[in-house]
Design a protein around this ligand. Structure first.
Ligand SMILES: [Zn+2]
Length: 188
């Protein structure tokens, strides 16, 4: 009887590992390239300091630095066509952040297409409405910058404190899954 229970326990552990390990070994990223690949020039709109989000965005950029040698950020002082752009504004509904990828003609394109640059927006009115703390804001900014690096939402809800999970988050650091997704997209 004891042996039977032990065998059952081992079987259940194996089933659990089979279910979880393929997911953990994979990554959730969008296809397609990006100008400069992981080498990211970015321009910060004056709206960011006007709404008081300068430290929010700089903290978010820092989160993604030092994870992959192929992902390096360089702040530029003019809005050149190939630099990503960070903005803060207002929006209807309850969306707190989103991205818009563009091609070389300035048209919005799909997540899987080649991006000349990408705009990352934070929406102050909705963050204010939802009582966002500084950490909540940095988490959303880090999430949106993750999208600018072609990281998608994790497909399964494994509750591993991934920054790429949707919604209001009380942590703003990257999980091992976030980091492995970045490396699988751009290299180690
Ligand atoms: Zn998202």
């Amino acid at each position: 009887m004891v042996l039977k229970k032990a065998k059952l326990a081992i079987l259940l552990v194996c089933l659990f590992l089979l279910l979880v390990f393929p997911l953990s070994a994979s990554a959730t990223v969008w296809g397609g390239g990006k100008n400069g690949s992981g080498y990211t020039d970015y321009w910060v709109s004056p709206s960011v300091s006007e709404y008081g989000y300068s430290s929010v965005f700089s903290a978010a950029v820092t989160r993604w630095e030092g994870v992959s040698s192929e992902v390096v950020f360089d702040k530029v002082n003019t809005a050149i066509s190939t630099a990503d752009r960070y903005y803060v504004g207002t929006a209807a509904g309850d969306v707190t952040g989103r991205i818009y990828p563009y091609d070389s003609s300035g048209n919005v394109v799909g997540t899987w297409q080649y991006w000349t640059r990408v705009h990352a927006w934070l929406y102050h009115n909705n963050m204010y409405q939802a009582n966002f703390s500084y950490t909540n804001k940095v988490a959303t900014a880090t999430h949106e910058i993750g999208h600018t690096l072609k990281l998608a939402h994790p497909q399964s809800n494994l509750d591993l404190n991934n920054i790429m999970e949707q919604g209001k988050k009380n942590y703003s650091t990257l999980s091992w899954y976030d980091k492995s997704s970045l490396r699988s997209k751009w290299g180690n």
